[in-house]
Design a protein around this ligand. Structure first.
Ligand code: CAA
Length: 291
């Protein structure tokens, strides 16, 4: 199947990055959000990120202008339903994702492929509640989307070969690399990454180190580009907690229990960069550790 247009549902952290790379790769993009403000912020951010790519000579001004012209925004979900491939990138809550797919279903054309950018929720379960489990997949980008090379492609139990190959073709057109993962809790990247982040929070909770020493240890001692606590703030502590809960519930193993300190930060509304406070406080000029 040929894909020309992409629908992106959710214009947050992941949605705007997905719209950015899809438009640059030549796809027509319909970007949807329930909030007009979120759509405006997403377009501003995409423009700024593309301008940065122009100034670093990664893309030309004309490529930037053509890509921006390929993105349209809408608060009207049925408008997204007319695209060839839909990527749901709403918040990591199954009931919200479910509602989005329910609202899309009556408006879809027969061939539209449905995908979710979920970082951990069962693709098979999401697919089973639609009218097209064979045309449903996980299409999981990493943050920041324009920079990270990997896309995880997750097949549900019913996903057919054509759907997988079509999605693989889209990833190739983006110039990114696909990793094929089976549909088990948190797939590959988060199955490995989140327990590491959770363990870093335990290390903080038990007083083995403080925010600075833990992040510095992993940056300088393991050559990670960001320390685990800095990375948790970057991803969002609510997302990290949601993924740990999916691992804990789905695999029923106590080794995945979320650290109580992670839960406490989320309960405080200290969700990381997006709320300006998490393991670091971002309200000043430079981030200050909160512990
Ligand atoms: N859009 C476009 N370009 C961007 C960008 C964005 N949002 N953010 C950064 N960049 C570009 C910069 O312009 C810069 O480009 P050049 O190489 O051309 O100069 C390059 O990326 C590096 O950026 P910086 O110099 O500003 O900063 P840095 O060297 O510290 O790198 C980083 C920033 C790429 C984010 C790096 O710190 C990093 O790789 N961190 C780890 C990120 C990571 O692990 N992500 C995965 C999270 S897990 C996930 O996403 C899955 C999930 O489900 C939770």
């Amino acid at each position: 199947m040929t894909v020309n247009s992409i629908g992106v549902v959710g214009a947050g952290q992941m949605g705007n990055g997905i719209a950015h790379v899809m438009a640059l790769a030549g796809f027509n993009v319909v970007l949807n959000d329930i909030s007009e403000d979120a759509l405006k912020r997403a377009i501003d951010l995409i423009e700024r990120n593309m301008d940065r790519q122009v100034s670093r000579e990664k893309i030309t001004q004309s490529e930037r202008d053509q890509a921006m012209a390929r993105i349209i925004t809408t608060q009207d979900l049925p408008q997204v339903a007319q695209t060839d491939l839909i990527i749901e990138a709403a918040t990591e809550q199954e009931v919200i994702k479910q509602k989005i797919f329910d609202s899309l279903l009556p408006h879809l054309s027969d061939n539209t492929i449905l995908t979710s950018n979920t970082s951990s929720i069962s693709i098979t379960r999401l697919a089973s509640r639609t009218d097209r489990p064979e045309k449903f997949m996980g299409f999981h980008f990493m943050n920041p989307v324009p920079v990270m090379q990997l896309v995880e492609l997750i097949r549900g139990i019913a996903t057919d070969k054509e759907t997988y190959e079509t999605c693989l073709g889209v990833v190739e057109k983006l110039g990114k690399t696909a990793a094929s993962a089976e549909d088990f809790p948190a797939f590959i990247v988060n199955r490995i990454l989140m327990p590491m982040i959770n363990e870093a929070v335990y290390t903080l909770y038990e007083g083995v180190g403080n925010v600075n020493s833990i992040d510095q240890s992993m940056k300088l001692g393991a050559n990670h580009p960001m320390g685990p606590l800095e990375l948790a703030d970057f991803i969002g502590l609510d997302t990290c907690l949601a993924i740990m809960n999916v691992l804990h519930d789905g695999l029923a193993d106590t080794k995945y229990r979320p650290c109580p300190l992670l839960t406490k930060y989320v309960e405080a509304g200290w969700l990381g960069r997006k709320t300006q406070r998490g393991f670091y406080d971002y309200r000043g000029e430079t981030p200050v550790p909160t512990r």
